[in-house]
Design a protein around this ligand. Structure first.
Ligand SMILES: [Zn+2]
Length: 247
């Protein structure tokens, strides 16, 4: 049994500008391309921020780092076009490598204060058995940056951005979660989601992409069980205040 927060679940469909913070190039899309494509179609501004350079996941190991980075960006821009992403931001921390958590959090604070989203998407850092440190660090840094966005005494590295921030974040949505409180109906966007994840050719060979789409198909049907739609995406949507001390 889980006990829900006493705060109401923020309304995702009231969002106007969403910043989606991911550890690797494909996580936002694997986790939430269906709902994000639908929101973009409704006129919501969608921006993606990628924390790592993702170079470890490239299947063609004969590529130079430069060529691999170009292939990853080509794939991500193609996928972003299908979703309707307005802007892509890359922080370039070393994939599966050594970097400082507080540097990431500082960079996220800066982008959040500059962009002023009213909703943030990221991966759930408390996913049971998540073994990839990039995922844990990114999700936690994003959650802290959402909580601390308005506390401008915590510096973002850009004093001008800190001095002028007047934004307000209504909610945070975690994908890759085992404790969802929102199952988004993505049936109308299911074909788009498949096409989006199939853009990631630098990271998956054709068989790997087939396997990924098959897995997403099964999962999306599983989370929609008992609902009146066929394909769903599972999200934990919280008010920023609910991110601290279990309120
Ligand atoms: Zn990832």
């Amino acid at each position: 049994m889980t006990i829900d927060t006493i705060l109401p679940t923020p309304d995702l469909f009231a969002a106007r500008r969403i910043l989606c913070i991911q550890p690797h190039y494909d996580d936002n899309d694997i986790g939430a391309a269906g709902i994000l494509a639908q929101l973009a179609r409704n006129g919501v501004e969608i921006l993606y921020l990628t924390v790592s350079d993702d170079l470890m996941g490239v299947v063609d190991t004969s590529l130079s780092d430069r060529a691999a980075a170009e292939a990853l960006r080509r794939d991500q821009l193609a996928a972003g076009k299908l979703v309707g992403v307005k802007e892509q931001i890359w922080l370039g921390y070393p994939d599966a490598g050594e970097y400082n958590y507080f540097d990431v959090r500082r960079d996220l604070l800066q982008h959040i204060r500059r962009i002023q989203p009213d909703f943030v998407f990221t991966c759930d850092p408390w996913l049971t058995y998540e073994g990839h440190r990039d995922h844990v660090q990114t999700g936690l840094a994003a959650a802290e940056a959402v909580m601390f966005a308005g506390i401008t005494k915590i510096p973002s590295g850009d004093p001008a951005v800190d001095a002028t921030y007047r934004g307000h974040i209504n909610g945070i949505a975690f994908y890759y979660t085992r404790e969802p409180n929102v199952i988004a109906d993505i049936t109308a966007a299911w074909q788009t989601k498949q096409a989006v994840v199939r853009c990631y050719q630098a990271q998956f060979d054709p068989a790997g992409l087939d396997e990924l789409v098959f897995g997403l198909d099964v999962k999306s049907r599983q989370v929609a069980q008992g609902k009146d739609f066929e394909h769903g995406e599972a999200l934990k949507v919280l008010h920023p205040i609910a991110l601290h001390c279990g309120i």
